[in-house]
Design a protein around this ligand. Structure first.
Ligand code: SF4
Length: 438
């Protein structure tokens, strides 16, 4: 009897057979118009994470409006980010701008002595680009150290997409971190911003595995990042930290590659990479992870009916797309049509790409018009895209999910695997309800 094989299952079987998945697929390289938030946006999660830091955006009113409307928290209590607005009068001379920045910082520090890390964040206006924020940070450091550490990085939309803001911030953080002594004890450094609750879950798992010396980058406090050197094994928690990883390697750290910790499979493979590096025995690994794996599988299974066989198209946005697509393909049997990503680091993404079907179209960079044409030709069941594209697609009767929600929602680890599946299932459920009501 002939077996009926749905296309997504056939693709998965082909992937199993060749063992390489998407690894050797040549991505479509695009250099057209981008539809992605700038690197300032990452401040929305970074300012919550580093509790004694203040992010001072040196920018225009546009930057201030973006941050206020995107974060929506400026009206509450004492915020931990703000904008030093560069006005027209500042155009008259750089000396004025440096003085102006000094005054803003002095006022801020006098009013907020609890701040331990001040982060100057550059933006796109040409007046700001001309300002040497690195030098400004150095001079402020001379003035305020050791009570206050001043860093700088660029979140400009010309240079960065929104997750690259975090990559730049972390480079600034570790740039000033001392080198570990040759006899420093071995340590595991988890690189990439995670919600506190997820950090706590992972910490408990690592301790259960016998890996006691665990640190997170960024740390919750300015002083929380340990000296880094050959004693440091790095496990990347986010896929968009290419430059941070390079800098950690330059400091002598060993950076592991693994699928990113999304879903049961991704989380297990990610934890196993650390366990292998620290020689954790297989039975101990199973004893610590089996219950979490089971809970994650059960939670995800609640959404499988809604997601299995659904044809999904990812626009480039956060660089998390290959890992998200791998989760959808492997754990709920969705069919992935295209995976767009602003930048594709084939080394970091290799374990995730190997688990994707070779039928997936990979696209690096963006040419939004061409991608819209491909969406219309593919007619997917679900489109993962930026806010600017979501509403027009919905108006065409298509179902969309805002990709930025995957960056803002805690989705890593076993306990969040069900929430991750639910994020994809929700718009499909909404569409079904609307169709019933019509
Ligand atoms: Fe706009 Fe540039 Fe400011 Fe971002 S940094 S809000 S892209 S002006």
């Amino acid at each position: 009897m002939n077996r009926h094989v749905p296309p997504h299952v056939a693709a998965a079987e082909a992937r199993e057979a060749d063992g390489l998945g998407c690894t050797d697929v040549t991505p479509i390289k695009q250099r057209g118009q981008h539809e992605v938030f700038c690197g300032l946006t990452s401040i929305i999660w970074l300012h919550r994470k580093v509790q004694d830091a203040f992010f001072l955006i040196v920018g225009s009113r546009t930057c201030a409006h973006l941050m206020q409307s995107a974060a929506g928290v400026m009206i509450f209590a004492e915020p931990r980010f703000g904008t030093a607005i560069i006005d027209d009068r500042d155009l008259s001379g750089m000396a004025d701008m440096n003085e102006e920045l000094d005054k803003v910082v002095a006022r801020l520090i006098a009013r907020r002595p609890d701040i331990r890390m001040l982060v100057l964040v550059g933006s796109c206006p040409s007046e700001v680009i001309k300002l040497d924020l690195g030098r400004a940070a150095m001079k402020l450091n001379e003035r305020f150290a050791p009570d206050l550490r001043v860093l700088s990085y660029s979140g400009s939309g010309i240079e960065t997409t929104f997750t690259q803001g975090e990559d730049n911030f972390l480079q600034a953080v570790i740039g000033g971190t001392p080198r570990a002594a040759p006899d420093a004890p071995r340590q595991l450094l988890i690189a990439g911003c995670l919600a506190d609750v997820i950090e706590d879950q992972f910490t408990r798992i690592f301790h259960g595995l016998g890996i006691e010396n665990v640190h997170f980058l960024p740390a919750r406090h300015a002083e929380g990042v340990p000296p880094i050197g050959p004693n440091t094994t790095v496990l990347m928690a986010q896929p968009y930290l290419t430059e941070t990883a390079k800098m950690l390697e330059k400091k002598g750290a060993r950076v592991l590659t693994a699928p990113f910790p999304l879903g049961e499979e991704g989380t297990t493979a990610w934890l196993r990479a650390a366990a292998d590096a620290f020689d954790v025995p297989a039975d101990r690994f199973a004893a610590i992870t089996d219950a979490g794996r089971e809970r994650a599988r059960k939670a995800v299974s609640l959404y499988r009916d809604r997601l299995a066989g659904k044809r999904v198209f990812f626009f480039p946005d956060s660089q998390m797309e290959p890992s998200l697509a791998r989760f959808l393909s492997r754990e709920v049997d969705a069919e992935i049509l295209e995976v767009g990503t602003p930048y594709l680091n084939k080394n970091h993404m290799a374990p995730d790409l190997a688990l994707l079907p070779s039928s997936v179209r990979l696209a690096e960079g963006q040419d939004v018009d061409k991608q819209i044409d491909r969406v219309r030709a593919d007619d997917p069941d679900l489109i993962i895209c930026g806010m600017g594209l979501g509403n027009p697609f919905e108006a065409e009767g298509r179902t969309t999910k805002w990709s930025i929600e995957f960056a803002f929602t805690p989705i890593q680890g076993y306990e969040q695997a069900g929430d991750l599946a639910e994020l994809f299932a929700r718009p499909l459920g909404r569409r079904d309800l609307l169709q019933v009501e019509v």
